[in-house]
Design a protein around this ligand. Sequence first.
Ligand SMILES: Cc1ncc(COP(=O)(O)O)c(C=O)c1O
Length: 400
Amino acid sequence: MAFLADRLAAVKPSPTLVITARAGALKREGHDVIALSAGEPDFDTPAHIGAAGKAAIDAGKTRYTAPDGIVELKEAIARKFKRENDLEYGLNQIIVGTGGKQVLFNALLATLNPGDEVLIPAPYWVSYPDIVELCGAKPVILPCPAEQGFKLTAAALNAAIKPKTKWLIFNSPSNPTGAGYSAAELKLLTDVLLAHPHVWILTDDMYEHIAFPGFEFVTPAQVEPRLIDRTLTLNGVSKAYAMTGWRIGYAGGPKALIDAMRMVQGQSTTNPSSISQWAAVAALDGPQDYIAESCAAFLRRRNLVVAALNAIKGIDCPLPEGAFYVYPSIAGLIGKRTPAGVEIATDEDFVRELLEATGVAVVHGAAFGLSPHFRVSYAAADEVLADACARIAKFCKDLA
Ligand SMILES: Cc1ncc(COP(=O)(O)O)c(C=O)c1O
């Protein structure tokens, strides 16, 4: 009898965490490493948010909370949904979890049966298919190549919907491409979904606030309010307020779904950290200057990285609408060899050889379901990014 559960067979360790760990190991060995593989802002959590966490400790707010979160945070989330997304969620339609990842996990564990299908546009955030697999259901990957702006078309969505389709996972701006759907583009998808009442929408709005000029963030239930009864609107404070380590995510959705998710959470982590929840209240209700400041820095860095990568022969880097990633194609480099004679046959070969030769850690496109690409997380200082791009340029120039 095998010791490990069968359900683990289809699950892989998160490739972004694996590469980040490899970069960390090389660094400890003394190599000059630039890790652009992790998906987190490089800024510190704003001081007033940290202070709220410290104040919560000092005030003894250090006990278990309700599994779905403290009322004060759920009220702040309801205000946020109203203020920023024009969505009305009652407190019994909101749940707080230990990061958006746990909220996503709770939603899928609470709803998926064996044989259920979940539509996932690719490139996708690495965790979506694996969480679906862990829940015993089937991820159905919908390729969205660069020629389509990495976006799902209405025709492709319509063709993919089957009687067993339970969810569409939607993510804009996207990790890993930074592609963001305009209201008009999203409306084409919500029109398709309106015609298929058995399909639910899990919209991952984690990068809502990292949106660049010319792109205006919208969320599905805002664009098509008739979908509100089958939409789970997922968000969190990790990316918006540089709070990845605090582990607070949240969602608004129909009460019956939120009830089921609360039950799952009550039997796993009980509740997200009380201290982090109070810090998240300060994030959502407090001054919002950090968002504009960080966005300005990300915009500058996006422009720097896109220009530097597009100057490299063999690399083609689309301009993202949001988030802090670029997802360039390396189609022009496939088949070339490193000076040591190693063939770059795949994007995985590319990122491995790049890391070993230059110390720059990026993530291969195959991990996100669309090759041959690689993802750069440009949440790093300008001079670090310039150095990384110069190293990538040299590496590519040396390929023959
Ligand atoms: C698209 C997307 N969704 C959700 C998450 C989860 O964020 P967290 O669990 O920190 O809230 C991430 C983190 O990388 C992400 O990129």
